[in-house]
Design a protein around this ligand. Structure first.
Ligand code: SF4
Length: 197
């Protein structure tokens, strides 16, 4: 996939941004697109991300995806990125993607940002369940999500279909949006979800 230059992105009316904050992950799923999950991992440089976002027209951004790797392994980065988004895209829906293995620390990290429109997507497919340390989301992870901690939409991706719990985030995925993805190296691609690294 061809990278975009800042000049190309500057001219776009961007509605959706994917930000891969780290390539590090504690799982090893067969279908995973992330290279170097366990060695030579890469974390996004927050100053570089700031510079990229400063060059973009962000007023039309409706959705920001926070992706890994496994984002809960990098709580400081999650916090720094949310701080940045609070000033740059405070009206966007911000959706965090996690494998659910480390949910309590992740919730503690995002709780101070409850004034943002946050959502959480957890993966619950057979690929993930093949990991020996994988928790059953419905039995072990969901009970750890307090109902009243903040207005968090929680969606679980299963093998069969998308099952929606608590808030309904599905309307967001139906929209046809112009998106870009920024990977952990700070490279920019014309797709918010598929981010080569
Ligand atoms: S949990 Fe996600 S990032 Fe980690 S190995 Fe599986 S698909 Fe890749």
């Amino acid at each position: 996939m061809k990278q975009l230059t800042i000049d190309e992105v500057r001219k776009m009316k961007i509605a959706e941004i994917g930000i891969q904050i780290t390539t590090k992950c504690n799982f090893n799923c067969k279908h995973c697109y992330v290279k170097n999950k366990h060695a030579n991992t890469k974390d996004i440089d927050i100053e570089k991300l700031k510079q990229i976002l400063c060059c973009l027209e962000l007023s039309e951004v409706k959705k920001v995806l926070i992706l890994g790797g496994e984002i809960s392994l990098k709580p400081t980065l999650v916090k720094e990125v949310l701080e940045l988004l609070k000033t740059k895209c405070s009206n966007a829906n911000i959706i965090l993607f996690s494998n659910g293995s480390n949910i309590k620390p992740l919730l503690d990290t995002v709780e101070p940002f409850s004034n943002l429109k946050l959502g959480l997507v957890l993966s619950d497919t057979s690929y993930h369940r093949m990991n020996s340390n994988y928790k059953d989301i419905k039995e072990e992870v969901l009970p750890q999500i307090p109902d009243n901690i903040f207005k968090l939409g929680v969606e679980i991706v299963t093998d069969e279909k998308l099952k929606i719990f608590k808030s309904d985030l599905s309307d967001l995925s139906k929209e046809d949006m112009t998106g870009i993805g920024i990977n952990a190296s700070g490279d920019i691609y014309p797709d918010s979800c598929i981010i080569p690294n």
